[in-house]
Design a protein around this ligand. Structure first.
Ligand SMILES: NC(=O)c1ccc[n+]([C@@H]2O[C@H](COP(=O)([O-])OP(=O)(O)OC[C@H]3O[C@@H](n4cnc5c(N)ncnc54)[C@H](OP(=O)(O)O)[C@@H]3O)[C@@H](O)[C@H]2O)c1
Length: 326
């Protein structure tokens, strides 16, 4: 079944996720959707110094928005900020240094941000990684899971009260079409069992982001949640984490602006906020979260367990760090 699933996924990808796929899909785009000014609105973008995150931050800055760049490396962040300010003429661009895999730091950052700033209109969970060897963070979490799932969970969950106070609040999470080959798994979140396959663990984390988005949407009706696939994009992450794929795809990969297009559309356009909350997007369209006959569906019970599990896990984890009053 997984061979069938992977083959269908790859064929789909060649057709849709490439530069040509974007060019075909963009014929249906309404260009006035992005004819907006977002002066006075604030946007937080994680991983904003590179690739899709940087292109997203640039596009928002050009529309006048205030951008909070959340990056782990100060030099790279400063360099990206300088480019964004020079090209957009917008100086409302702020840097926050946070490693998204260090959960206590993520929590401390989000807590201090919500005390310091009166509002946050849009959170864009973009930072992500694909690590091929099982590595643990200093806090004892598997690195892919810490960055792609736990960090996203803690940042979003902690900022929800601030988003709720803000006008037209949105949360966009940059997942991946790779999640389509994975069924949600909740019994080995730290990848302790069996063979460690970084590509599949990344895909599993990206499935977890889709499920978390659906759960957040149900629990927080005031906020518009969405999750998306950018397509196959030529970025440093693809170059370094999937060198063979990068070489094989060559100039069939999308540009970073093409990859960022749907993130920007979800963050800025009025029409995006009128779509149902909690959905998965590709090229400005809602798309299914399962391939046909792929056996990746989870029962309501499994989804519920995963929700309970992830929140319990976070609570237990916080308690261990003495961050939550019991
Ligand atoms: N490119 C694709 O084809 C593709 C396809 C599907 C999904 N995506 C998703 O798109 C998102 C953006 O990736 P990209 O392709 O644009 O790659 P990229 O250019 O390498 O950008 C990844 C960004 O995430 C940051 N990051 C990684 N780990 C971090 C951590 N622990 N703390 C803080 N920041 C961290 C990186 O910071 P540094 O610069 O310091 O490393 C960088 O800014 C990711 O979530 C990725 O999974 C990409």
């Amino acid at each position: 079944m997984s061979m069938y699933r992977n083959a269908i996924w790859f064929l789909n990808g060649i057709h849709q996720y490439t530069r040509k796929g974007y060019e075909a899909a963009s014929k249906d785009f309404e260009h006035q959707d992005l004819n907006v000014s977002v002066v006075g609105r604030s946007f937080m973008v994680t991983g904003a110094n590179s690739g899709i995150g940087r292109a997203t931050a640039m596009a928002i800055a050009k529309k006048g928005g205030t951008v909070h760049m959340v990056c782990r490396n100060r030099d790279k962040a400063e360099e990206a900020r300088t480019d964004i300010v020079n090209e957009s003429g917008n100086t409302e661009i702020y840097i926050h240094i946070v490693d998204m895999s260090q959960i206590r730091k993520v929590w401390e950052f989000a807590e201090s941000f919500r005390k310091q700033y009166p509002s946050l209109n849009v959170l864009i969970n973009n930072a992500g990684c694909m690590v091929h060897k099982r590595e643990l963070t200093a806090e004892g979490l598997e690195k892919n899971f810490a960055t792609n799932t736990m960090g996203v969970y803690v940042l979003t969950q902690t900022l929800i009260p601030l988003l709720q106070k803000s006008r037209d609040p949105r949360v966009i999470t940059v997942s991946s079409g790779g999640m389509l080959v994975q069924k949600l798994q909740v019994n080995d979140l730290q990848s302790e069992k069996g063979h460690f396959d970084g590509v599949m663990i990344y895909a599993q984390n990206k499935r977890q982001q889709v499920v978390l988005t659906q759960q957040w949407a149900k629990a927080n009706p005031v906020i518009h949640f969405s999750v998306m696939h950018p397509g196959w994009v030529d970025t440093p992450a693809v170059r370094s984490s999937m060198p063979q794929f990068h070489h094989m795809m060559g100039d069939r990969l999308r540009s970073v602006d093409q990859g960022a297009d749907t993130v920007v559309w979800l963050a800025l356009s009025r029409v995006a906020s009128r779509t149902c909350s909690g959905q998965f997007f590709q090229d400005r369209k809602r798309v299914p979260v399962h391939l046909p006959l792929a056996w990746t569906h989870s029962s309501a019970e499994e989804i519920q367990i995963s929700g309970v599990l992830s929140s319990q896990m976070c609570r237990r984890y916080f308690a261990r760090l003495r961050l939550l009053k019991r």
